[in-house]
Design a protein around this ligand. Structure first.
Ligand SMILES: NC(=O)c1ccc[n+]([C@@H]2O[C@H](COP(=O)([O-])OP(=O)(O)OC[C@H]3O[C@@H](n4cnc5c(N)ncnc54)[C@H](O)[C@@H]3O)[C@@H](O)[C@H]2O)c1
Length: 293
């Protein structure tokens, strides 16, 4: 995939998945704006990636940060073609222990950060008139719900919803908008009890992750996720928009979107009693399935 001449912003790309995305886009020939909250982390990432890469230290969430990123791309490289909204934090707690601050902090970075960055990018891409790629980062927690993740699940579900909305709004401008639902071993996932010992063992011994983890759970390295990002950023993906695409380990998947699954009709509408008597729906499952191992 050749991305020469393309300019990409990757938020939260100082480490983890974002750093891998920035590295992969640069390796494919793109000029990249690396972003994270800490200047030293940004500088180290830029130095490590090399090529046509610049860094912008800014906390994603504010409109000012979003505009700073887009302006930096335009000033350094003359244009903007690809935005990847990857920056993220966790503040996990069950509902009855979650504070306003836990909720606001996560919603601010993920949901508001995605909104403000995508808006600034869309304005620039529409002015350029040559299309674009907006790649949002969702999560299985947002698709399914997850214990202890009220804030994160809400923000990630909102991100998937925004991808579908913006795919509609930006179609005429040939700007595609998709949500990637990644899974990979990072600082964020290595604390999950079912995975922690396996990831540690693989890293300590330098052996690949076991097949059950890569194949059944879709959990592998950050590099396993980069192929989808590079593909979506390329011309080969110009017809793909409004989708939620899962990737991790050996898996690539297309998530279904919510749609009415079953409908019943009652002439004149439904009273509570009629609903009680007529209720024959097969319930939907919810939550991320527990690891099988
Ligand atoms: N690792 C997974 O399996 C997984 C699964 C689903 C979704 N995700 C999502 O992928 C993204 C990256 O996750 P990761 O696992 O690499 O996490 P990570 O914690 O390793 O990296 C996240 C990066 O974002 C940066 N960041 C945090 N707040 C920021 C802000 N306000 N502005 C700019 N940068 C900020 C952090 O400093 C960090 O460098 C996140 O959106 C996460 O929710 C990850």
């Amino acid at each position: 995939m050749d991305l020469s001449g393309r300019v990409a912003i990757v938020t939260g790309s100082g480490r983890g998945l974002g750093l891998a995305y920035a590295r992969a886009l640069a390796a494919a020939g793109a000029s990249v704006v690396v972003n994270d909250v800490d200047q030293a982390v940004v500088d180290a990432a830029v130095a490590g990636i090399g090529g046509d890469t610049i860094g912008v230290a800014a906390a994603v969430g504010d409109t000012e940060s979003a505009e700073k990123l887009v302006n930096a791309a335009v000033q350094a490289f003359g244009r903007l073609d690809v935005l990847i909204t990857n920056a993220g934090i966790l503040r996990d707690r069950v509902l009855w222990k979650m504070t306003d601050d836990d909720f606001d902090a996560v919603v601010r970075v993920h949901l508001r950060g995605t909104f403000t960055c995508a808006r600034a990018a869309a304005i620039r891409m529409r002015e350029q008139g040559t299309g674009g790629r907006i790649i949002l980062i969702g999560s299985p927690a947002g698709q399914r719900g997850n214990f202890g993740q009220t804030n994160y699940a809400a923000a990630k579900a909102g991100i998937a919803a925004m991808a579908r909305t913006w795919a509609l709004e930006l179609a005429r401008n040939e700007i595609t908008v998709n949500a990637v639902i990644p899974i990979a071993a990072t600082e964020m996932t290595r604390t999950i009890p079912a995975f922690a010992p396996v990831i540690e063992e693989a890293e300590r011994t330098g052996t690949p992750y076991p097949a059950w983890l890569r194949h059944d759970e879709g959990l592998g390295t950050v590099e396993d996720v980069t192929g989808l990002i590079t593909f979506l950023a390329s011309d080969a993906a110009k017809g793909i928009t409004g989708q939620a695409i899962g990737v991790g380990g050996d898996r690539l998947s297309l998530w279904s979107h919510p749609a009415e699954k079953a409908v019943r009709f009652q002439e004149g509408g439904w009273s509570a009693e009629q609903i009680a008597n007529g209720w024959d729906f097969e319930p939907e499952t919810y939550g991320i399935p527990a690891p099988k191992k």
